[in-house]
Design a protein around this ligand. Structure first.
Ligand code: SAM
Length: 467
């Protein structure tokens, strides 16, 4: 991801982002920074960029010409998302950071003095964003705050993929407290549960702490969390069929767009999957209206809703059985040489799984997110498995000469164990015609939900077949 910062103080931006994690990500080229001095675009011989505001009032204003020319030079004819940092903008949140992390390039415009002439803002800015209800002297600190928060959500910037997932705001909850050595300090011991080595108990304790802290400190966030908990409780009556919606909510990925009388629409922005559950076939239109228009995918839990989407011109990708692992016990893993894939493994994974360029980008993102695992022998990789960006298990592949030796069972068991450590309920969707995978799920003892689900393309068929 590339950040372009239009500023009067480019050195401040470069130096501010040089140390530590963000600096290392810049060095490695995982993110790029282009700090542009707006003064370089001034047509004034003294490099002046400001003037008095019409109508009077205190302070100077940045003028349209240098700002516009700097912006045009950076965009080079492309329509890049352009953020003006301003106290008059919408609050910068973790959710907005996640949304911005999906951009390939982002332009951040920093104001100074009293701000910038409104006309150029109207022409170039797509997002007006504030970092808080106070006024700073310039946009450079807000720009750095945003770059820091966005970058750490770019796959590969944080070494440990789980760390971003467990932090404050991820699930409308503030993070739990942390402890390190010494075990006792000033007579205060580390909470006992953290010393047990029992992952499940630790996860439960941390969740309790997060809930309690959020309730106390941030009642606004807590209200959102409670709304999700209520829906989770209602869905739990049909848990085995509703597992993707429930996992999406409890893993902090899903947002409730609509819920009434058993009809539910939940959208997961990261995977761009819009999930539609319907209790009454007469409500198809209402549910469709509440859904995100043209997400990447619709995941549909009722046949009537699927038929309705097809009538609206969407194409069916496939009908799948849902399998879930409801036990909390870890699985034995017989094949020992399984570990996380690295980006060097991308050509292998792409050769055996990817179908086109777009798929390769997705696979790279999955590997960098730490969601993929490989089985190796002395020669190298012989198979892999991973989690899709919606949270379901998939991507399973074992090379022909190594099949029938239990490697697929080991790979899936290994992945299930990783998911259990995080407190997830592992699940997968298997197309009805994929008999080998259906057989594997049964062999592993996964539970098959009573009803199938349908994956439907988000764009109408006419859009998909355009070229
Ligand atoms: N006159 C402006 C107002 O009242 O909204 C404030 C201008 S401020 C002194 C100068 C610049 O600092 C702004 O143009 C903006 O780019 C940046 N800035 C100041 N406070 C900010 C905040 N809370 N969030 C984002 N940017 C801010």
């Amino acid at each position: 991801m590339k950040f372009h910062v239009l500023t009067l103080f480019p050195e401040m931006i470069r130096q501010g982002l040089a140390p530590s994690i963000i600096g290392r990500a810049l060095e490695k080229g995982i993110i790029e920074l282009n700090a542009v001095d707006i003064r370089d675009y001034s047509l004034d011989k003294h490099r002046k960029v400001d003037d008095y505001p019409y109508g009077g009032g205190a302070g100077m204003l940045m003028q349209v010409q240098p700002v516009y020319d700097a912006w045009q030079a950076v965009c080079g004819g492309k329509k890049l998302r352009t953020v003006y940092v301003t106290p008059q903008g919408v609050p910068f949140t973790q959710k907005l950071a996640g949304d911005m992390a999906k951009e390939e390039e982002l332009v951040i415009l920093c104001g100074h003095y009293e701000g910038i002439d409104q006309r150029v803002l109207d022409e170039v800015v797509t997002d007006f964003v504030s970092i808080g209800d106070y006024v700073l002297t310039g946009g450079e600190l807000p720009a750095m705050v945003m770059i820091d928060a966005v970058s750490r959500l770019v796959p590969g910037v944080l070494g440990n993929d789980a760390s971003a997932e467990e932090e404050s705001f991820f699930n409308d909850l503030l993070e739990y407290p942390h402890y390190s050595r010494p075990e006792v300090w000033h007579g205060k011991p580390v909470p006992e549960v953290l010393l047990t080595g029992n992952h499940r108990r630790v996860t439960e304790w941390r969740l309790e702490q997060s809930v309690e802290k959020t309730r106390r400190v941030r009642p606004d966030l807590f209200a959102k969390y409670e709304e999700k908990q209520k829906l989770l409780k209602a869905l739990s009556k049909d848990k085995r069929n509703m597992i993707p919606i429930m996992e999406s909510l409890s893993r902090g990925q899903g947002e409730i767009l609509y819920q009434k009388d058993g009809d539910v629409v939940v959208y997961a922005p990261f995977s761009e999957v819009c999930m539609l559950a319907l209790s009454n076939p007469a409500n198809c239109e209402r549910v469709y209206q509440s859904a995100v228009k043209h997400p990447a995918w619709y995941l549909v839990f009722s046949r009537e809703m699927k038929d309705y989407l097809l009538q609206q011109g969407h194409a069916l990708w496939g009908e799948c059985f849902q399998y879930l692992y409801t036990l909390r016990q870890t699985m034995p893993v017989a094949y020992k040489q399984i570990r996380s894939l690295t980006i060097e493994d991308l050509p292998y994974v792409n050769a055996h799984y990817g179908q086109d360029g777009e798929e390769e980008e997705y696979l790279a993102e999955r590997i960098l997110s730490g969601a993929m695992y490989g089985a190796y022998d002395e020669q190298g990789l012989i198979g892999f498995i991973g989690c899709h960006n919606d949270g379901s298990m998939g991507f399973l592949f074992v090379e022909e000469p190594h099949r029938g030796k239990g490697i697929a069972v080991s790979l899936e068991s290994f992945l299930i164990n990783r998911q259990l450590e995080r407190g997830y309920i592992p699940y997968c969707h298997v197309r009805k015609e994929n008999t080998a995978s259906l057989h594997l799920q049964e062999k592993l003892g996964l539970y098959r939900a009573g009803r199938p689900v349908w994956w439907v393309f988000g764009s109408p068929e006419s859009e998909l077949t355009k070229d």
